[in-house]
Design a protein around this ligand. Structure first.
Ligand code: FES
Ligand code: FE2
Length: 446
């Protein structure tokens, strides 16, 4: 198989594919209490959740003055608004009078935000504009004084991001080199075509741990061995100074370790090959390992005709899995025609629960409004917004592959309490998970 690090001669800059030097690990034990201790959860709130950048919503959800979106993170509710001047801001979603949640709805459009308790009304820029019986306050009218408390926010890469730390570094500095890599995809043009939230009975870190390694792939997702080269020997793992990580894993190719499986590879890839006007039959009799490079060439050849602009991508981006983990709780796999975004948000009070969100962002070919997404195996429509499905594991599905991951976390949470479990060995290919925990330890330190 050709090396994943071959470079093409491209006109525009593409994501840096070079391998980062390995970090030096401290190898401190990853003790199980961090998955269920309330004390640890409280410290995470103070040290991590209130200091790191989080995604509130899609940029597209705030398009015209008066639009607002609320989002939950642990014990806080955040509201993002667009004011008359078109500026987007983020505030704590709390009324300054007596602490009532200001806006209970997830989204909408309003001239003002009026508290349901005593009717204090705020402009979309956070200014308190009206209070009933204004003359009845001994301190004088609170209007213009008791405004909503704004927090840093940025509109970038198709998302509104916020940070509860008023002294935080700008988002791009926080993301480091990964920011440019995300920027190489036209995120703003993508449409959310799947949106699921699973109310999980597990700590949020089990989610980030899981998406920080592919060691589990052949066991939890056995069908993928026919279409991805999951061996760590053929993947590249990068750890960035900012605490984020990347994995590059070849796709559109069966794992070298499997014997047979040609039928399964061709069945799994049939739709994609036919879309790209390739005949699956030509890969019979021992030729499935040629698919990856042929598909890259064919995408170059037919990309424009099919409504895609692949000129900004490295060949490896056309077929492979470019998977990122952003500290603390975000991970995503980028592909030129669609990206999967995964994150776990902490529960408001219980360390053994969390909310696991999954979005699929589709890039529709030019001029196309209905598109069969091979990644999520479903017809998708460019019409927004897509329905948000939320429920317990088993009640709602995030798609077969992600459901397989979710099924693990429930069982694992219980196992972490066992008197018979002593956390010890991590494989080299689980280094991103270790890096996540060592980054967490750094943030948690006083
Ligand atoms: S708490 Fe909001 S108006 Fe009283
Ligand atoms: Fe998985």
């Amino acid at each position: 198989m050709a090396s994943i690090v071959e470079q093409r001669d491209l006109k525009r800059p593409v994501a840096d594919i070079s391998k980062r030097p390995e970090p030096v690990f401290k190898n401190t034990p990853i003790t199980t209490d961090r998955y269920y201790s309330r004390e640890f959860m409280d410290r995470e709130w103070e040290k991590v959740w209130t200091k790191t950048w989080q995604i509130a919503c899609l940029s597209k959800e705030l398009q015209k003055p008066g639009d607002f979106v609320t989002t939950e993170l642990g014990r806080e509710s955040i509201i993002c608004t667009m004011s008359k001047d078109g500026k987007v801001r983020a505030f704590y979603n709390v009324c300054q009078h007596r602490g009532m949640e200001l806006v209970p709805d997830r989204c909408g459009n309003a001239k003002r935000l009026t508290c349901p308790y005593h009717g204090w009304a705020y402009d979309m820029d956070g200014t308190l504009r009206f209070v009933p019986d204004e003359a009845d306050f001994a301190q004088g009218s609170p209007c213009g004084k008791l405004n909503l408390v704004e927090i840093p926010s940025e509109n970038w890469a198709g998302f509104i991001w916020y940070n509860m730390d008023e002294n935080c570094a700008p988002l791009k500095e926080y993301l480091g080199p990964i920011a440019d890599q995300i920027d190489s995809y036209p995120m703003e043009e993508m449409t959310r075509t799947l949106w699921v939230t699973i109310e999980g009975d597990f700590n949020w870190k089990l989610v980030q741990d899981n998406f920080s390694e592919s060691y589990h792939v052949p066991f939890v997702h056995p069908e993928t061995k026919f279409v991805m080269e999951y061996s760590y020997r053929n993947s590249q793992f990068d750890h960035y100074d900012e605490g984020h990580c990347r994995m590059l894993m070849p796709g559109a190719i069966p794992a070298a370790s499997i014997k047979g499986g040609e039928k399964e590879t061709l069945a799994s890839m049939k739709e994609e090959l036919e879309f790209w006007e390739m005949d699956p039959e030509q890969y019979r009799y021992g030729k499935t390992s040629n698919i990856r490079l042929d598909l890259q060439k064919q995408k170059r050849l037919l990309g424009e005709k099919k409504g895609f602009d692949f000129s900004n991508y490295h060949d490896a981006q056309l077929t492979d899995h470019w998977h990122y983990t952003i500290f603390p709780n975000l991970s995503f796999s980028l592909k030129p025609d669609g990206n999967i975004w995964l994150r776990a948000r902490p529960h408001e009070s219980d360390p053994e629960k969390c909310y696991f969100d999954m979005w699929y962002m589709t890039l529709f070919p030019k001029g196309v409004t209905e598109y069969y997404s091979q990644s999520i195996k479903a017809m998708t429509s460019i019409d927004e917004p897509v329905a948000h499905k939320q429920g317990k594991a088993g009640e709602v599905s995030a798609g077969p592959a992600i459901d397989q991951d979710v099924a693990v976390w429930n069982k694992q949470q219980k196992g972490l309490h066992s008197r018979g479990y002593k956390r010890e060995y991590l494989a080299g290919q689980e280094s991103r998970m270790r890096y996540f925990h060592e980054t967490l330890e750094k943030w948690m330190a006083d």
